[in-house]
Ligand binder design. Sequence first.
Ligand SMILES: [Zn+2]
Length: 187
Amino acid sequence: MLLTIGTGLLLILCAPARAEFSYVYPVSGCKTTFPWYHHDYPAADIKARMGCAFVAPIGGLVQDVNRKDRWSGKTNLGQDRGGLSVSIIGDDGVRYYGSHLSKVEVGIEPGVRVEAGQKLGEIGRTGSARGIPRPHLHFGISYQTQPGDWEIRRGAIKPWKYLESWKKGENLSPVKEVANAKKRAGK
Ligand SMILES: [Zn+2]
């Protein structure tokens, strides 16, 4: 309910205590598994068949898209390890990143609006996953930084309990944990 008082002072009454968001498990239509573990920094490696759909876990705006696999075992540069990838800034303000994709969907470009469950790409083995026998989606949850920041976007908090919740059709939100991680990082 909105009330305008006197000289245009706007009061918002009966606002909900906190925003509610709908989350979707980021791999659709396929059997998946992931260990509650990731090397070096927090993220999830979600094992799934080649070509399974990577979908937006929440509505939001596309931030970064990489359609070209530049990774080389010789240089192994951090920014190349993800291979084909997409990151979005969710309506909850959190960044979600998926990489090692075999394909990015047509029309998925920076600034484009996507809805929860919309297909962003397909699971593959690009980047540093090239030699790995089983394809997987590398999935990272992080606070927002500038586009192209591969180091933070690959993962800033442990995503496993959120993935487990969304897989069950529940809506556990990482908003608070991401805000704390940002504070800890001094950002
Ligand atoms: Zn990974």
